[in-house]
Design a binder for this molecule. Structure first.
Ligand SMILES: Nc1nc2c(c(=O)[nH]1)N[C@H]1C(S)=C(S)[C@@H](COP(=O)(O)OP(=O)(O)OC[C@H]3O[C@@H](n4cnc5c(=O)[nH]c(N)nc54)[C@H](O)[C@@H]3O)O[C@H]1N2
Ligand SMILES: Nc1nc2c(c(=O)[nH]1)N[C@H]1C(S)=C(S)[C@@H](COP(=O)(O)OP(=O)(O)OC[C@H]3O[C@@H](n4cnc5c(=O)[nH]c(N)nc54)[C@H](O)[C@@H]3O)O[C@H]1N2
Ligand code: SF4
Ligand SMILES: [Mo]
Length: 731
């Protein structure tokens, strides 16, 4: 007879969704509770690798500090309320705001983890856009990728065509402003990315890292130090050499791009000798790199966060692609190539989408600062001012899901106090953070292991074309609910008051309870089915569906050993299917490059720094990751420190024109002179409910960054997060 006290233990195949490689995981579930996570040896790409954060996620799921019931703020702290009460009050107050001020008074900020849940993205977007014209939508991408997307919009006519390095075939990888050994790769889904880079060297190739810091990646390969925020000049010099030395791939250029002569004229004056003093890179090194890029048949430059968040993010990203193009490495095996979903009629999809997105970009501007709205989202750096500045479209109600903008967006203090002035603020999160603790309601959401998933956002960036989907491995903890369900209930309650929602509910799409989740899943299933490898709704026998992926290919399925090339015409969104090099906006940016001045009393430059055991702001409450009394500290060049009388481990005051923090610094030789590296995501000052994180504390580096509209990158709305002028003083 079965022992009724015996526990059931299951091992469920799934994958991690903290960062972009999406490593395979095996979840141990005992009596319905997640008790352990270990790397999946049978995952075809991550093959037994997972990092410490992935393993530590059990502690997040079961965190005693986790919010597992709806919370309402009262003058004396948060109180638990029922879902019905919370949603009823939110819907009522939102309706009042809408009735009095219209959709322009409502905003939604979706943070980074949102991008890892297809249902979250689709429901948040559907909700805020469904409210009507004028509503405000923000994502973490204005602190992360918008400049990269903008460069694609200019070059290829659509922000969604973003090339990635053909990692598995390249023989020369130039990594600019990325630290994949710590970040595990970004805008690039490549499990075991460190091994993949070592493979390049093993097959006789090279990896060169251009970075102000000799990072964990640079230390393993070749390092070329650069002065922060000067990459555009380096890239212009690479182009100057490629043209001047006759190394440009003129046939490829003529066949695929318009504006080549214009480009040649733009770069002419940027000889390596003329830029060396500003970039800190010798002319010989630049010439060598240009020659290697042109003569190595399989070579690629790859830029990421460090090249996106300077004052010239769009220009730098644009120039990275242009160097790849001119050196003959764009859309070629081992070069910089375009992933894709393998949709039928791909080029028509891109043309149509490009036309719509370019039109939105031309027409929609932020109320404050007049910055164009790339991919329909506004610059989060301006969110506080949108809340605080009276007038039409002033934000009075704000939803924040999967984000901690008080720590992640420039001028955290300004945003924190702005949140307090809202008529309604609602967070969808499982922690009380520096941000969510300022909200009227905190609605508890499921973690990634409590929901099904298909990583829709990351399909385009896979170094090896691959599909994996998962079902939830445990039931929602406590009263938590998936975001899509919460949104569905709100839509149901707003029906009759918001026209689009009334239509949706009337159409028979049951937009209450699980309705939105089901609709989103149908959409994801539809994408899987029409995309490469899909069953094309029955036309292709044995092809993939969402269900078939989870049931028959739980460890995922490689679709192709390599990315496709020769795809340029299909990924371009311009009707003439050619790359457009010539843009007045680019010429204007190039013209301002040499004239940049820094205020004299801020002689140093601040850069960011990601840490192996952090994920932005939100994994500082997991004991496994905080072992060894971990805390916040910056890095300083040892010679700079000696000059200022700063000792190793000492606390220093860092001051920028925008704010001031105090932080301990370690001294290092592995940093370009004049540079201070400060990790973001710290500054847990006790307002949140994560006790271990609060104990670790730290400073909010985004007190040093600017939320002035004049400091937002004008083409893409990107926040300016690197190369910020600072002064350091011992305390
Ligand atoms: N462990 C860990 N992994 C993460 C995260 C995390 O917080 N922790 N965050 C995730 C997220 S949200 C993202 S977007 C990705 C980011 O992924 P990456 O871009 O690979 O990671 P970063 O560490 O931000 O790398 C940026 C690099 O640019 C350098 N840099 C700064 N300024 C400049 C400059 O002006 N020029 C050049 N050439 N380099 C510069 C920095 O020194 C740094 O090494 O990482 C993801 N993965
Ligand atoms: N100075 C400086 N600032 C930066 C950066 C930098 O390099 N330097 N990097 C920028 C970058 S690249 C990024 S992406 C942003 C990140 O900025 P944000 O996305 O605003 O903040 P995170 O710290 O990632 O916080 C994520 C929040 O989501 C919650 N969460 C986790 N999983 C889920 C989920 O499944 N659902 C929901 N609803 N909530 C969830 C966590 O509890 C946490 O509160 O920071 C940016 N800010
Ligand atoms: S590298 Fe990223 S995806 Fe892989 S286990 Fe670590 S956190 Fe998860
Ligand atoms: Mo990011």
């Amino acid at each position: 007879m079965a022992d009724p006290t015996a526990s059931t233990v299951e091992h469920k195949v799934t994958f991690c969704r903290i960062c972009e490689p999406l490593c395979g995981m095996i979840a141990t579930v005992e009596d319905g509770r997640l008790t352990a996570l270990r790397p999946d040896k049978d995952h075809p790409l991550s093959s037994g690798f997972a990092c410490q954060k992935g393993i530590a996620f059990t502690e997040v799921v079961n965190d005693p500090d986790r919010v597992t019931a709806p919370l309402r703020r009262t003058p004396t702290g948060f109180e638990e309320v029922s879902w019905d009460e919370a949603l009823g009050d939110i819907a009522g107050r939102l309706s009042a705001v809408l009735a009095a001020h219209g959709p322009g008074a409502v905003g939604w900020y979706m943070g980074n983890p949102g991008a890892f849940s297809y249902a979250h993205v689709l429901s948040a977007l559907g909700f805020i856009k469904g409210l009507g014209r004028g509503s405000h939508f923000y994502t973490a991408s204005s602190q992360d990728t918008n400049s990269r997307l903008m460069a694609s919009q200019l070059l290829y006519g659509t922000p969604t065509s973003v090339p990635i390095p053909d990692l598995t075939r390249t023989d020369l990888l130039i990594v600019m402003g990325a630290n994949p050994v710590v970040s595990h790769g970004s805008f690039l889904t490549a499990p075991r990315i460190k091994d993949r880079m070592h493979d390049i060297v093993k097959r006789g190739g090279r990896v060169v890292v251009i970075d102000p810091r000799r990072t964990e990646t640079a230390a393993m390969f070749e390092w070329c130090g650069i002065v922060p925020d000067t990459d555009s000049l380096l890239l212009l010099s690479l182009l100057q050499v490629l043209f001047a030395e006759g190394l440009a791939d003129v046939d490829h250029l003529a066949a695929s791009a318009d504006g080549v002569e214009w480009l040649r004229a733009q770069v002419q004056r940027f000889t390596p000798e003329s830029t060396a003093a500003t970039t800190g890179i010798d002319a010989d090194v630049v010439r060598g790199l240009a020659r290697d890029l042109a003569s190595t048949p399989r070579a690629a430059i790859y830029g990421r966060l460090g090249t996106c968040v300077g004052r010239y993010g769009t220009l730098t990203s644009y120039l990275i692609d242009v160097v790849n193009l001119v050196a003959g490495n764009l859309d070629r095996p081992g070069g910089s190539v375009f992933g894709g979903l393998g949709l039928p009629a791909e080029q028509w999809v891109n043309t149509a989408m490009g036309a719509v997105l370019r039109r939105t970009y031309r027409r929609r501007r932020s109320r404050i600062g007049g910055v164009p709205a790339l991919i329909g989202s506004e610059p989060a750096a301006l969110m506080a001012k949108e809340i605080l500045t009276p007038g039409q479209r002033q934000i009075r109600a704000l939803f924040i899901s999967a984000g901690n903008p008080v720590l992640s967006v420039p001028n955290g203090d300004e945003l924190e106090s702005a949140l307090g002035s809202l008529e309604l603020s609602v967070a969808l999160d499982f922690y009380l953070t520096e941000t969510t603790a300022q909200c009227d309601y905190v609605l508890p959401v499921t973690t990634m292991y409590e929901r099904d998933d298909f990583p829709l956002t990351f399909q385009l960036f896979q170094a090896t074309p691959f599909r994996q989907a998962t079902e939830a491995v445990v039931a929602p903890v406590g009263q938590s609910r998936p975001e899509s369900q919460i949104v569905g209930e709100l839509i149901g309650r707003l029906s009759g008051r918001v026209p689009a929602f009334t239509a949706l509910t009337a159409m028979g799409t049951v937009m209450s309870r699980v309705g939105v989740g089901v609709t989103a899943r149908r959409f994801a299933d539809g994408i899987i089915r029409v995309a490469g490898g899909g069953d094309r709704f029955g036309l292709r026998r044995g092809g993939l569906t969402f269900d078939r992926l989870t049931r028959e290919h739980p460890h995922g399925k490689i679709l192709d050993p390599h990315l496709g090339t020769g795809r340029l015409r299909r990924v371009i969104g311009y009707p003439n299917r050619r790359i457009q090099l010539r843009h007045n906006a680019i010429a204007e940016q190039i013209a301002t490059l040499s004239g940049q001045q820094y205020p004299a009393d801020y002689p140093l430059r601040m850069i960011g720094m990601r840490e192996t055991r952090s994920e932005n702001s939100w994994m500082h409450n997991a004991p496994l990751l905080m072992r060894g009394e971990r805390g916040h500290h910056g890095l300083m060049n040892a010679d700079d420190a000696a000059e200022l009388g700063v000792e190793d481990g000492a606390h220093v005051q860092v001051t920028s024109p925008y704010g001031q923090i105090t932080v301990p610094v370690k001294l290092t030789k592995d940093l370009t002179a004049g540079v201070v590296a400060l990790p973001h995501g710290w500054g847990h000052k006790g307002t949140g409910g994560w006790q271990l994180a609060n104990k670790a504390g730290g400073a909010n580096v985004n007190q040093l960054t600017s939320s002035d509209p004049a400091d937002v990158e004008p083409l893409s709305g990107m926040a300016w997060l690197t190369g910020v002028p600072v002064r350091v003083e011992p305390v």
